[in-house]
Ligand binder design. Sequence first.
Ligand code: SF4
Length: 170
Amino acid sequence: MKRKQKPKLAVFKFASCDGCQLSLLDCEDELLLLADAVRIANFAEASRAVLRGPYDITLVEGSITTAHDAERIREIRARSRFLMTIGACATAGGVQALRNYRDVKEFTRIVYARPDYIDTLATSTPIADHVKVDFELRGCPIDKRQLLEVLAALLAGRGPKVASHSVCVQ
Ligand code: SF4
């Protein structure tokens, strides 16, 4: 009898501090169980696997701040059955969205010796501004128990006991 394939899990990062991915890595024992239940297809922080997809579950950390980011998230969406954004950067633009109210060119002039090398959009925007998002988990960083609950629910084929657009619990 043919063995059932494990669902493919992918984790992608955009503009962010990596703190939400670290929340997942901080799950220790639960992460081992999770790693046994899924096939890690892409998770640069934790694995060398680079599979193109399609992915059954995709976690996205970070906001969109470059034209390349905007193109990349569309490609990732096209390869993802269920796409979940994790953290304030991905769900609301993050602290880097402060640029949305100022002149970003002025910032790059002040900070960088060669601002002409900096290729950035004038805004930092949440992932949902660019592609359809199936679930949003908020927090800065996210609550690892909430993340595990949503992943466990998805793998069990039931509804999560955490609301999408969950309030920040930190
Ligand atoms: Fe870091 Fe907070 Fe953004 Fe998560 S939401 S990546 S912890 S800044």
